[in-house]
Design a protein around this ligand. Structure first.
Ligand code: NIG
Ligand code: FE
Length: 388
């Protein structure tokens, strides 16, 4: 049975639809019609097709925007690393090695415990306006633990990423290439059926460019899309590798070189910026202004994980991006919605054009500027997924 729902009385509607005003496709005093979970019409409230609606609701002047698309999270984990954060804030530097403590806790956790964590953090994301999110494995690092991480992640999202190449696990400390053989062989065999993407942490202390290339090429041969973690802790070859291999995304990009920026600008690879990481590691924020001015497509994502960025709030990322990364409010809103969708190569989310999924956020505020203007305030009053 068809179900048509009209939301009217929207103070400011951000659609990213070029038929409406400006780069954000904004309509003031707007209405939105969704039919069977898809956007069927948006425009001025005065022109709303009331006759087509089975139900009508009034947003009371609130701002409405597309649901956030968080293209980078690590929700499958157990354990707590607040002590590591506390030590960092007292001056100790961040190191990729901390990942191993979460690996030990994750391996020791039962399926039910992991599922419980994933459900809790998925609910946390949704309550804060995120309607599409990616989830990576990467805290199991055995065939069985990576496989179950992805199997459990699949219960909450289609955007699952195999990150067996997060770090070299302790049992392979003396045989890193043996671990790469495992990742590209039996682990990939077990994980590929549950994954859409493959990712590698290409960084000093994790995987070098040759190892990264081997892993990504093996994943591509199995039909997985490519993503990378690169240039998080210092400059490296990961961004160039991402562009060369046609990766959908290269995330972090905190230390890109001039050449990296040129390569990105001439490519379809989206640079994922993760301000929660710099907040929590005291590294400098990535210079989004420089990337955008050079023509690089950017996404904002939470990187929600217990080590480097334990936030699930896209609104927090928007506020930091505007305050400290040189992004305008409009650019940050775009990067957190449409940019995330581009990073995941999805055209059905991240905007409210006719035909898109009816995934949107109703704010307890008259305009979406408030997301940056009122940092730390829970402004999402309703998250609608597929019209519900
Ligand atoms: O995206 N960079 C590598 N992986 C995570 C950090 C994971 C951790 O410290 O546990 C990240 O920042
Ligand atoms: Fe990450």
């Amino acid at each position: 049975m068809t179900r048509a729902s009209l939301l009217t009385g929207i103070g400011e509607l951000v659609t990213f639809d070029p038929v409406h005003d400006g780069p954000l496709g904004i309509v003031h005093d707007a209405a939105l019609l969704s039919v069977d979970g898809r956007i069927a019409w948006t425009g001025p409230a005065g022109d709303a097709p009331h006759a087509d609606a089975d139900e009508v609701r009034d947003a009371g002047g609130a701002a409405v925007l597309p649901g956030f698309v968080d293209s980078h999270t690590h929700l499958v984990f157990a354990g707590d690393r607040s002590g590591e954060f506390e030590a960092r804030m007292a001056g100790r530097p961040y190191s990729a090695g901390g990942i191993r403590s979460t690996v030990a806790a994750t391996r020791a956790a039962s399926d039910d415990r992991l599922r419980n964590h994933i459900d809790r953090f998925s609910a946390e994301l949704r309550a804060q306006g995120t309607t599409t999110f990616e989830v990576k494995s990467g805290y199991g690092l055995t065939v069985n633990d990576e496989e179950r991480s992805l199997r459990l992640a699949r219960e909450v999202t289609a955007e699952t990423t195999f990150l067996g190449a997060h770090v070299i696990p302790p049992e392979f400390a003396d045989d890193p290439d043996g671990y790469v053989d495992l990742v590209t062989g039996p682990m990939l065999d077990a994980c590929a059926p549950h994954a859409r993407w493959i990712d590698v942490f290409c960084e000093t202390g994790a995987f070098d460019p040759d190892q990264s290339r081997r892993i990504l090429t093996a994943g591509a041969a199995r039909g997985l899309g490519l993503r990378l973690h690169a240039s998080q802790l210092g400059p490296g070859d990961g961004i160039a590798l991402a562009v060369e291999l046609g990766a959908a995304a290269v995330d972090h990009c905190t230390y890109p070189t001039e050449r990296d920026i040129e390569l990105l600008a001439g490519s379809d690879t989206v640079a994922g910026l993760l301000p929660g990481v710099e907040f929590s590691t005291r590294h400098p924020y990535p210079d989004a202004r420089r990337l955008i001015d050079a023509g690089v497509r950017v996404a904002l994502a939470s990187d929600c994980n217990p080590g480097s960025s334990f936030t699930s709030s896209m609104a927090f990322c928007i506020a930091v991006a505007v305050r400290d990364m040189g992004m305008t409010v409009g650019e940050a809103l775009r990067a957190a919605t449409l940019g995330g969708a581009e990073s995941l190569r999805r055209d059905d989310v991240g905007h409210l054009r006719v035909g898109a999924r009816a995934d949107y956020v109703v704010l307890d505020a008259p305009s979406s500027v408030h997301l940056a203007y009122r940092p730390g305030v829970p402004l999402v009053s309703r998250t609608v997924v597929g019209g519900v």
